[in-house]
Design a protein around this ligand. Structure first.
Ligand SMILES: [Fe+2]
Length: 268
């Protein structure tokens, strides 16, 4: 009996390695959740976070087009902060904008990129299609019934191990909030959900950043430990309105275990 188990171990290991490779290399389109909020907007939104300077294959685009989305929400980390060449990210943005308008809020990688490569960032912004709307601590209408907000945060917010006590003065984005509209917030870092709840009564919050925890154990969840003393929202729907995506790409070390790249689709 013990000998039989001994033989099984290498087989299980090989299967795990093959499956992990599949999660990393077999991008990217996964209808992770069909989550209906009943906001009455009659919109189908496709959510993409953490693409990290990748473009889409023909197959990806075919799948995306077949969903007939009304808009894309891109909640940060389209780029890789230390990778000067942004061609793939620009191509991805053009590919998406050819299907539907993109509402793009910034992640920590954009915040750093525009410091490291200011000229390239300015050129990148200028090169984006007209129906790519950048929400850099700003908000705008989403149809007649909704307002969409994008909070950029600050680079300091992302320093590991540091509690950043957010106050109402930290950002201008939540000023002049129109009344009587549904509110959608693109906020890259999910950890600040208490702050988001305090300053904006959003109907939907979209975040990413934590890549689903990188390694996930079935029935337990992802391995990301709290930096701020809050319980992490790593992947899934929280409080009935906070969607945290496991992200569509990776950078540095391509590590994803039981945690496929994902693109989320929601009806609003
Ligand atoms: Fe991030």
């Amino acid at each position: 009996m013990i000998m039989k188990i001994y033989y099984l171990i290498p087989i299980i290991l090989i299967l795990l390695i093959v499956y992990t490779a599949y999660e990393i290399f077999e991008f990217r389109f996964r209808k992770y959740v069909h989550f209906k909020l009943d906001l009455g907007l009659g919109l189908k939104a496709v959510i993409i976070t953490d693409l990290h300077n990748k473009s889409f294959t023909k197959r990806d685009l075919k799948l995306l087009s077949s969903e007939k989305p009304d808009c894309f929400f891109m909640a940060g980390d389209l780029l890789i902060s230390k990778e000067e060449d942004n061609k793939k990210a620009l191509e991805a943005m053009r590919q998406l904008c050819a299907i539907a308008p993109v509402y793009f809020s910034l992640g920590n990688h954009e915040l750093k990129y525009r410091v490291y490569f200011k000229e390239q960032w300015d050129e990148f912004i200028k090169s984006l299609p007209d129906n790519c709307f950048i929400l850099d601590d700003s908000h705008m209408s989403l149809g007649e019934k909704a307002e969409i907000f994008g909070i950029s945060l600050k680079i300091e917010n992302y320093k590991k191990g540091r509690l950043y006590d957010m106050s109402e003065e930290d950002t201008e984005v939540f000023k002049d909030i129109p009344e009587g509209k549904k509110k959608i917030l693109l906020a890259h870092d999910p950890d600040f959900y208490e702050y988001y709840d305090r300053v904006l009564d959003a109907d939907l919050i979209v975040s990413g950043h934590l890549h689903g925890g990188f390694v996930r154990i079935p029935f337990i969840g992802g391995f990301v430990f709290s930096r701020y003393g809050v319980k992490h929202r790593v992947k899934g729907i929280y409080a009935g309105k906070h969607l945290v995506s496991s992200g569509a790409g990776e950078h540095l070390m391509p590590l994803r275990v039981f945690n496929r790249c994902e693109i989320d689709i929601i009806d609003l």
